[in-house]
Design a protein around this ligand. Sequence first.
Ligand code: PEP
Ligand code: MN
Length: 267
Amino acid sequence: MRDLKHQQSKPIEIEIKGRKIGRDNFVFIAGPCTIENYEDLLNIASRLKKIGVNFFRGGAYKMRTSPYNFQGLGQEGLEYLKKVADETGMISVSEVVAAEDVELMSKHVDILQVGTRNMQNYRLLWKLGKIENPIILKRGMSSTIEEWLLAAEHILEAGNPNVILCERGIRTFENFTRHTLDISAIPAVKSLSNLPIIVDPSHSSGRREMIKSLSWAAMAAGADGLLIETHFDPDTTICDSEQTIDFEILAEILKKKDQLLDLWVKK
Ligand code: PEP
Ligand code: MN
C-alpha cells in the first residue's frame, strides 16, 4: 500500500447540518436514482423523514452507459434538491460529473457524490478538494482498494478533509448481478483508512430482491452507512427501476438496525 498521508489518524467524523457520519453514527441515505420532478422528490424525502431517514439522494446529472437514455434534469434538478432540503431540513446527496459543475453544485447540494466512472478523474477530485461540502467517493468498478484510497487522498491533499468512501460493487466474471459487492472492502478500509465507509447495495447487485440481504450484510460487516435507491413506486421510475426498492422493503431493512449495529456497538 502506498503512502496514505491523510488517512492514518483516528477515525474521523463528518458533521453536516448538525448530523454526524462516522464509525459511531450510522447513516441511511435513500431516494430515487434520478430526479424526475419536484413533487415526487418532495414526496419521497418527506416519507423518508417520517421513518427517520435524514439524508436523501437524487441524480440531476446522470452518467448513463447509453447516450440514448435519460441524462437527468441538470440545473433544474439542482433547484429541486435545494428546495426540498430547505423545506424538509434534510441533507441532500447528488452526483457531480464534471469539474466545471463543482461550484454550482456546492451551492445547491449538501453532499457531492463522485460516481464510479469518475473515481480516477483527478482534475475533478482536486476541484472537490477546494470546497467544504462532504464528498462521497464511490469505488471505481475496476479499481483496487489501494487505487480507491489514493483517489480519496487527492481530495484530502487538496484541502477537503470530509471524504466518505462508498463500496458500490466491482466488475467480476459474474454477470447474474450487475456488479459484485465486495463485502471484504469494509474491514479492509477500516484497517487501512480513517475515513467512513458506506455501502451501495443497489448499483452493486442491480436486483431489488437482493437489497435487503446485502444491506444487512453490510451492517453486520461494520459499514458506517448505506446508500439505497428508493421510490414509492419503483416500477415506474425512468432509471434503475429493477434495483429500486419501495418503502416497505426500506422499513424492513431499518428494523434490524439496532440488532446489527449492536455487533459494532454503534447506533
Ligand atoms: C448513482 O449512485 O446514481 C450511480 C450512478 O452510481 P455509480 O456511480 O456507483 O454507478
Ligand atoms: Mn442508479
